[in-house]
Design a protein around this ligand. Sequence first.
Ligand code: AMP
Ligand code: ZN
Length: 466
Amino acid sequence: MDNKLYFYNTLTRKKEIFSPIAPPRVTTYSCGPTVYSYAHIGNLRSYIFMDELRRTLKHAGYVTESVMNITDVGHLTSDADDGEDKMQSAAQKQHKTPEEIAAMYSAAFFKDLERLNILSPEIIAKATDNINEMIAFVQTLYDRGFAYETDDGIYFDISKFDGYGKLSRCNLEDALAGARVAVNTQKRHPADFALWKKAEKNHIMQWQSPWGMGYPGWHIECSAMGKKFLGDRFDIHTGGVDHIPIHHENEIAQSESLEGHRVVNLWMHGEFLLVDGGKMSKSLGNLYTVDDLVSRGFAPLAFRYFCMNTHYRNKLNFTFDGLNGAQTAYTRLRNTISSCAAAPKADSALADKISAQKSAVVAAIYDDLNYPLALGELWTMAKLAACREIYDAAVELDGLFGLDLHLPLDDNTANDIPENVKAIADKRFAARQNKDWATSDALRAELDALGFTVLDSKTGYELKKK
Ligand code: AMP
Ligand code: ZN
């Protein structure tokens, strides 16, 4: 079997043979959530894609060093520079501090990742923990003439970077025409973007900088954290397709201007999840979270299966009918496979067929993460005949799928934990994030009294029935 990996590069618009900078190490950066609200299932589709990629790299023998950031400052209500800071406005609406908002929604996000079997990246980087690196980055760009100061911040001058627009394939004129009429008349070009914003007195989150009190622009966060944790060149950068034209274009402009060379080798983007054929929005009442799916009787992993049935570069239309179909198929698949645990051994002809199917699964995934095709090959394998080898093959392949294929469905204890217990555990996790140990201990005692043990990890927790 050809064990090379092929990935589609947004930058070149081509599927390329993957060739890491310093194998077996593979460095990846994924734009993480802005933790001002619960992640919706569209956001989570993007992280299922990130997980498909990381599991594939690991399966191919690479050692992943993956960063995902947590944006807890600087992301304004528009991806460009308009509007309020999303964290600040959520804090004001909910009468909480931005730190409390960040802790609460980060905890919920990591719980979602766990329920969806999304492996946590090796490095989780909070924007507010890396402000000094961002200031240093901006200062260097400023010193080298790529940035200029206005009354309200430091801006990147896109005319100073020749390659502006190369990821989205729009030229400078398009970028200028596309940018909204400049709110800030001191900007040299309407599409210049903020690296650093000077803070008004009433702005909650602000830090000392060479330009007075202020806070970072959203784009600089990823450039600075990518550089800090992965260096001046790294293998793969991922995100949703909405990031191509502004956020990633701006990251490229900042990072390549600073380093004087290409920084990211491979740009990969996940397509959108649509709901009922359109955009998800609160006002349409069609913005769903994992909790919404669970409360309607769906297993979180059925949503994972649903996503895996569509290639990450294709749009996926979410409907409850579609999810229902996925849950039925997924249940059948798991029960077929897990029932093979106690089945007799295969004869050699059957064993050969299983082994060929296993290779077909891997080949599909190595070809730009073709999980829908791989699921088809897996089904073909599962239906061959009941034998132990199918179970063994599925256990091995589950490293790629993360679907708990080998477990009978009722072993999926995550769904047996009552909502009130989960709510206490979430509260406790938020308290820990805030280093409020007294509350955390009191909540642990409550969980204990209800018959649950909680195991902490760096990025989340696990609940077990005692
Ligand atoms: P945000 O928290 O807004 O920064 O978004 C987190 C991630 O979710 C980003 O990678 C976005 O590109 C992605 N995303 C947002 N909406 C959708 C959607 N409807 N479908 C898929 N990905 C999405
Ligand atoms: Zn980013």
